[in-house]
Ligand binder design. Structure first.
Ligand code: ATR
Length: 293
């Protein structure tokens, strides 16, 4: 039987096998999706990567998903990168086209598809994004294609926020968007924000902060603003609860479950050329919910 792997370290908590194996069975594809923990040691990693790449080339392995900390570690092993991966500076999916191995990033499109197709929201003109890690690059590189007027970025490490702002400012096709950096994660933007996105791991276990200090963050959000926390380990994340407290529209408060399923669906499409339908997405969500409190 052919294989697909999700590679990472650690990888044992990944829910991707549960989602993909469901779809693989449903579409009667002779393939199984498994976790593969790679070594962090650069030399050992390089050997494991080479072995894996050979298996994708000879089609023993159909492709891979890549998770933390290896999203920037496969670039030199493949033949080409999609624009999505170049802009996001990260690869989360590898697939074979003809005799070439291609790297893609499906996080941004996963976010966008969840927003527009599952939540039926348009991309607002003003966005506040918290975090400046891999997920933020992926999401912002997709959203900036949709004519945003203004983006505020905040991050614990302000230097990284400035680096991300400068990176996107330098991209010509995004030059009509005003991008600015807030002094701290607690400083709220002064003009009305249409969507707040948390891409940081605040609220995850071990990533605790002083929640009281976040209290005023949403006080200037429009009543119709979207609050999208991409974390999916809880049904209601800290930012979801904060939005509820501010009495924002409950139909516009989201966590990261649909983004996770939508990015998985995009990868599935790259491996098999199958465009999953809404029913598949909703069934994926049900599977995910078995693991989320
Ligand atoms: P991902 O690929 O999920 O974006 P990442 O690249 O490791 O993961 O980025 C994690 C993000 O969460 C970063 O923006 C990080 O902020 P720093 O750049 O300052 O490290 C943010 N983050 C993690 N723990 C945090 C905490 N306790 N408080 C505030 N921000 C935190």
């Amino acid at each position: 039987m052919k294989k697909i792997y999700v590679v990472g370290n650690p990888v044992k908590h990944s829910l991707s096998p549960d989602i993909h194996n469901y779809w693989l069975k449903k579409y009667d594809l002779n393939c199984v999706y498994e976790k593969l923990e790679l070594e962090k040691n650069p030399e050992k990693l390089n050997l494991q990567q080479k072995e894996l790449i050979i298996k994708i080339r000879n089609e023993e392995v159909i492709g891979i998903n890549i998770t933390v900390p290896f999203k920037q570690k496969f670039q030199e092993h493949i033949d080409d990168q999609e624009q999505t991966a170049i802009l996001a500076k990260a690869i989360n999916t590898i697939y074979k086209r003809g005799d070439k191995l291609i790297g893609a990033n499906t996080d941004g499109i996963g976010f966008y598809n969840s927003l527009t197709q599952d939540f039926k929201c348009d991309v607002p003109k003003v966005i506040h994004i918290l975090g400046a890690g891999g997920a933020a690059y992926g999401i912002l590189s997709e959203l900036l294609k949709h004519k945003i007027a203004r983006v505020y970025i905040s991050n614990r490490n302000k230097f990284k926020a400035e680096e991300m702002a400068n990176y996107f400012k330098r991209i010509k096709s995004f030059s009509s968007t005003r991008i600015s950096v807030k002094k701290s994660i607690f400083e709220r933007p002064l003009s009305p924000v249409g969507m707040f996105i948390n891409t940081s791991s605040i609220g995850m276990k071990g990533q605790e902060i002083n929640y009281k200090k976040l209290d005023t963050l949403f006080s200037l959000l429009s009543k119709y603003a979207i609050v999208y926390d991409i974390n999916y380990n809880q049904t209601k994340t800290i930012f979801n609860k904060l939005a509820e407290k501010e009495e924002l529209d409950p139909d516009k408060i989201f966590n990261g479950k649909f983004m996770l399923i939508r990015q998985a669906a995009e990868s599935f499409n790259k491996w098999f050329g199958i465009k999953l339908i809404k029913k598949d997405i909703d069934e994926g969500i049900k599977i995910l919910e078995k693991f989320i409190s």
